[in-house]
Design a binder for this molecule. Structure first.
Ligand code: ZN
Length: 242
C-alpha cells in the first residue's frame, strides 16, 4: 500500500494512472544489466517514478574516465563498485523503493538466475557478447528486454517481446568488434531515458511498445524508427527446422 508521503510524491503521476497504476509500479521489479552511462539514467528515472524494486548488476568500479557520462557516480565514488554508488544515491533520491546491488559479472552460468524474478530486463551494457546472454535469457524466460546502445552522439534502442517481436540476434546477428568507443554524456542520457520510458509503459500496460529499432542521430537531432521483421533463420529465436 502507498503511504501518505508516497501519495504526495507521486501526485502528478496519479493524475495520469491513478493509485492502481502506481501500486503496479510499486509491485514491479526491473533488472538492469549495467551501472554505467545507460544504467545511471535508467535507475534514476525508474526510482523517481516509484518502481518498487530495482535490481542492478555490474562488476566494475567507478573510474575517473566514467565521470563525463555516468551521472550517478561522482568524484568521491572513484574506486567504489558502481552498483554500491548507485544504491547510495537512489536511497537518498527515493527511500520508498528497494534497490538490489549485485557486484557480479553476467555470465552464461548466472544470467537466468539473475533475470528470473524480473518483470522486465534492461540492457544497459557496453558489449554485444553480454547482450546476447540477456537476449537468450529473455527468450528462454519470456521476460521482455529493452535494448539500448550508444556511440559518440549516436544511439539506438528496441523493445523485445519474446515470441512476438524480432530479437536482438535477428537485428544484429554478429557482434561488432569491442573497442573503447567515444561517447558524450548526453547520448546515454537520451537513450537511457527512453529505455526507462519503455519500461514504465510496459509495467503500466499503457501506450505502444517500441517494437522496431529506434535510432538517434544526435549531431543532426534526428530520430527514426524502423520496423524489424523476425528472421526465421535467427539462431536465437528462429525455427531450426526452417
Ligand atoms: Zn531472433
Amino acid at each position: 500500500m502507498l503511504n501518505e508521503q508516497e501519495l504526495q510524491r507521486y501526485q502528478r503521476q496519479l493524475l495520469m494512472f491513478d493509485k492502481e497504476g502506481q501500486e503496479k509500479l510499486k509491485q514491479s521489479r526491473v533488472f538492469i544489466a549495467g551501472g554505467g552511462g545507460l544504467g545511471c539514467p535508467i535507475a534514476l528515472y525508474l526510482a523517481v517514478a516509484g518502481v518498487g524494486c530495482i535490481d542492478i548488476a555490474d562488476m566494475d568500479a567507478v573510474e575517473q574516465t566514467n565521470l563525463n557520462r555516468q551521472v550517478l557516480h561522482w568524484e568521491k565514488d572513484i574506486g567504489k563498485p558502481k552498483v554500491l554508488s548507485i544504491k547510495e544515491k537512489i536511497r537518498q533520491i527515493n527511500p520508498y523503493i528497494n534497490i538490489i546491488a549485485r557486484h557480479v559479472t553476467i555470465t552464461e552460468e548466472n544470467v537466468l538466475e539473475l533475470v528470473r524474478d524480473a518483470d522486465i530486463i534492461v540492457d544497459a551494457l557496453d558489449n554485444f557478447s553480454a547482450r546476447y546472454l540477456l537476449n537468450h535469457a529473455s527468450l528462454q524466460t519470456g521476460i521482455p528486454l529493452v535494448h539500448g546502445a550508444i556511440r559518440g552522439f549516436d544511439g539506438q534502442l528496441m523493445t523485445i517481446i519474446p515470441g512476438k517481436t524480432a530479437c536482438l540476434k535477428c537485428v544484429f546477428p554478429h557482434a561488432p568488434p569491442e573497442e573503447v568507443f567515444p561517447v558524450i554524456g548526453v547520448t546515454p542520457g537520451i537513450i537511457g531515458t527512453i529505455q526507462a520510458n519503455e519500461v514504465l509503459k510496459y509495467l503500466l500496460q499503457t501506450g505502444e511498445p517500441l517494437e522496431g529499432l529506434l535510432v538517434w542521430d544526435g549531431l543532426n537531432a534526428k530520430m527514426d524508427s524502423f520496423k524489424i521483421q523476425r528472421r526465421n533463420k535467427c539462431e536465437a529465436c528462429g525455427d531450426p527446422d526452417l
